[in-house]
Design a binder for this molecule. Structure first.
Ligand code: SAH
Ligand code: SF4
Length: 381
């Protein structure tokens, strides 16, 4: 066993900080002061926390720390997006992406290095699982992005207004750390993001969705990607464990537990010749007929290890049209940051890592002989 590191305050919720201060013989309100220093003013040096006594600062310095993941590289995109690669404690590298849009700035946050779920259309899935990020490493991405954007400066340049847990990894397979991190993101003494502005995207870890309501009221997005179990299991192995009916029931239960009227987003990545036929759109409309939701279509983002292709824009608009005619609110995600490999499903950490892990994955895939191609024709054909 290694000796444990001093507690990293960056990832502690207000309740956890209060406990810590009580244990140090201090008043619990110190938690709020320290949170504001770290998350609202961007101060991570105890000596600069001027409303905290020198004695307590010394105590904090010896018993705790405030440490951020290391930024390895920054890739600004021509469209104003920016991707950062950060190194986490396990030595793995993960990516986070800033996407500016009119009136808002969204940060796409990673929850794991790699992912164990092996969806056939996802670059992160091709890497296999490396490690869970700590709560501090998850919150740290928001801190770093705000710092890079100048949001901590007194002039308050535009910072992050929305967080989507749509970076690398499956957030609900790193449940405790993700819950702790989003509680900091949503805390008024920290980033104060509202429940509508923090979205957990999940491929459908049903038992975790069922537990969600005890821990948060954040918004959710569900990666469905197919209108029936047979096709979904072909492209998302998790569907063999938690089929569509169970998944939708768990999501409905979560939405019903929320006091406000909010609907989940159903994400549907359109892959040419696999799930983008008109018949798939009709089947999807039928499946979701009594399921309140918005649908977000994501044209597949290609990457080197995949033979899948992006459908034509005609095919995407045909698919969208069928759903709209059936009464759904449908958005199509425009591909951003394509030039820096930061679009959905293209996130892989650093290049050296990518090659090494991909080789390993390919060797494993060869053993299992999985084959998901050649399933159907496109909606424009
Ligand atoms: N693990 C979570 C969150 C990360 S993936 C999940 O699966 O929901 C974020 C979104 O990008 C998911 O909807 C995922 O299915 C989608 N995605 C993955 N690979 C993609 C690709 N190559 N092109 C388009 N979307 C992709
Ligand atoms: Fe994991 Fe999500 Fe990628 Fe599937 S789509 S492999 S769940 S990160």
């Amino acid at each position: 066993m290694t000796t444990s590191e001093p507690t990293n305050l960056l990832g502690l919720s207000r309740a956890e900080l209060k406990t810590l201060f009580t244990e140090l013989g201090e008043k619990p309100f110190r938690a709020e002061q320290v949170m504001k220093w770290i998350h609202q003013r961007g101060v991570i040096d105890f000596d600069s926390m001027t409303d905290i006594s020198k004695k307590l600062r010394e105590q904090l310095k010896s018993a705790t720390r405030i440490s951020l993941p290391k930024v390895i590289a920054e890739y600004p995109s021509e469209d104003g997006s920016c991707k950062w690669i950060i190194e986490v404690a396990s030595g793995s590298r993960v990516e986070m992406v800033f996407i500016p849009e009119a009136g808002r700035g969204t940060l796409c946050v990673s929850s794991q290095a790699g992912c164990s779920l092996d969806c056939s259309f996802c670059a992160t899935g091709k890497q296999g699982f490396d490690s869970n990020l700590s709560a501090a490493e998850i919150v740290g991405q928001l801190w770093i992005a705000n710092e890079k954007l100048g949001a901590f400066s007194p002039e308050q340049k535009r910072g992050i207004s929305n967080v989507v847990m749509m970076g690398m990894g499956e957030p609900l397979l790193n449940f405790d750390n993700v819950m702790a991190a989003i509680s900091v993101m949503m805390d008024d003494c920290a980033y104060g993001l509202s429940k509508r502005k923090v979205t957990i995207s999940t491929s459908g870890v049903v038992p975790a969705i069922r537990r969600l309501k005890e821990h948060t009221d954040a918004s959710i997005a569900v990666s469905l990607h197919a209108p029936n179990d047979q096709l979904r299991s072909e492209i998302m192995p998790i569907n063999n464990r938690y089929p569509i009916a169970e998944l939708l029931a768990a999501v409905r239960e979560y939405m019903d537990s929320l006091p406000d009227r909010r609907v989940p987003v159903i994400e549907y990545t359109l892959i040419k010749g696999v799930n983008d036929h008109r018949q798939h759109a009709r089947e999807l409309a039928e499946l979701l007929r009594d399921f309140p939701c918005k649908i977000n279509l994501i044209p597949f983002n290609p990457f080197s290890l995949s033979d899948f292709q992006r459908p034509s824009s005609t095919s995407v608009s045909n698919f969208r049209h069928i759903l709209q005619e059936a009464g759904f609110t449908v958005t199509v995600r425009t591909t951003r940051a394509d030039d820096i490999g930061a679009a959905c499903g293209q996130l892989v950490g650093d290049i050296a890592d990518r090659t090494r892990r991909s080789e390993r994955h390919l060797a494993n895939a060869g053993k299992s002989g999985r084959n998901t191609a050649n399933l159907a024709v496109s909606a424009d054909s």
